[in-house]
Design a protein around this ligand. Sequence first.
Ligand SMILES: Nc1ncnc2c1ncn2[C@@H]1O[C@H](COP(=O)(O)OP(=O)(O)OP(=O)(O)O)[C@@H](O)[C@H]1O
Length: 553
Amino acid sequence: MSGGELREGVATPSPQAMAIAHQRPKSSYVGCSKISDYEILGKLGEGTFGEVYRARSKKTGAVVALKKIIMHNEKDGFPITALREIKLLKLLSHKNVLQLEDMAVEHPPRAGNGKRTRPIMYMVTPYMDHDLSGLLDNPSVKFTEPQIKCYMLQLLEGVRYLHANHILHRDMKAANLLINNKGILQIADFGLARHYEGEVPKPGRGGGEARREYTSLVVTRWYRPPELLMQLKQYTTAIDMWGVGCVFGEMLVGKPILAGSSDANQLDIIFDLCGNPTDENMPGWRSLPGAEGLQPRTRHANLSHRFSQYGAGAVSLLKELLKLDWRARVNAIDALQHPYFRTAPYPSAPGDLPTFEESHEFDRRKFQDRRNALPPAPKGGTVGRGVIDGTGPNSGFNNGDGYGRSGVSGGRFPRNRGPPPDNERVPAWHRERGLPPRPPPPAADYSNGWEPAGDHAEASFRDRDRPAVRGRGGAVVGRPDVDTYIPSYDRDAPRRDDRHRPPREDWEDRRHDWANRRRGEFDERSRNSRTRSRSRSPIRERERDRERDPYRR
Ligand SMILES: Nc1ncnc2c1ncn2[C@@H]1O[C@H](COP(=O)(O)OP(=O)(O)OP(=O)(O)O)[C@@H](O)[C@H]1O
């Protein structure tokens, strides 16, 4: 009974045998283009899920991106994550959401032993010149306030569309926002997205009511909201809005604003920014599974202080997006009405934005070469090199103002914000306006439902050496060493965001959380798989090999 298992006397073929038995003849790929319909122009990137190429359609002449669907585990056949992404993208049509235009199939020649090889599938989307994180990595790119407003409006339009159509993106981050040289921003990468069964957002009513539970192990760490870090499962569209807030802050500052080095540290730096959770600012937080045993020290939010240089309007919108209480967090419909967008300087029209040299994963090496001229940046930052000085994760961050400007070894420039040395990368605002910091924009009326800046500043100190704390179900929530995604900051390391993203190979398991939870074993399984994936996963091994070999990047 080789290759099969015996169940109640009936032989079940192995998945591999099933896949071979059901291999489709070439002629059955109806509705798909052939890969030979495209001329490959170069490689753009390599995710955990697929390689991405730039190509030209021989039929239309259009330049497109081809995302190759990698079969990590051949015997399981076509990855469920890819199927979900394709299914969702086929349903969606919005100017700020990346459109799936075609699928292309490649039939590789038979193997040397005469065996048939599996066809390779490609997703075909319009070519976009940049992803936002690549663009922000480019030291010659300077974002203006009208430009940030323009991108934010487009991002919010895209998110409003997704949420209105019951889609949770669940991996909102700068690397998944593609921008072309016509100034159009599109939300991409729906590999973690899913249908949302709750009520959709309505004006003035936040993220909607959740109707069921989902896995909380989603969203790249730096963009993960506090309720997910505390393992809320009945979450709403508000999880994507937190990510929008992180991206907004990143555009203002020029680098990720909440670059936690572990899940525990992530929560800690969120509390530094937004204040520690209380019954007022995050009602019910104590009863979240991941909050049990958490004893965050008292601290006031310092968001207003940290972002004061970007003006009262930006601070006000950021505070609405980065609310600890997911029920009170602004939804996309309301964020689009925020006075920030109706105050001078007004948003640019997309067509008026400057064009930039391409910036994708594979272009970043050239930016990294330029960045190597910079002084070291704190671990957790994205520009410059990490400080390997033995002071622990996020070392520069811990002493500074939250953006790596510590005034000591990890800082980009000192807190007094005097002019940075010529060779340093300067956050977008400073680059644009020059120093000293720009004055606040003309006073706007934020009294109409929007709170003006009013937090107390607080010098941050992070208790990174907290002992382990166990949450409900025994989950360790307060110790950095159980977290799977420890970033590496050498120049040959993989893309910044992916180092903090749950590995795809585990997500399929996590997506079956409904069934797993019914068996009461989800928390245990997912925790184990996260820990295991770092050390044993063959994909991680391959990635590590690739990191070691700079020529493969
Ligand atoms: N349509 C496109 N145009 C230009 N570049 C693209 C396009 N789609 C993807 N890319 C580039 O390829 C990279 C990886 O794409 P994507 O995030 O969709 O793949 P992924 O396998 O899901 O990656 P990951 O798992 O790392 O998020 C993007 O960050 C971007 O730089």
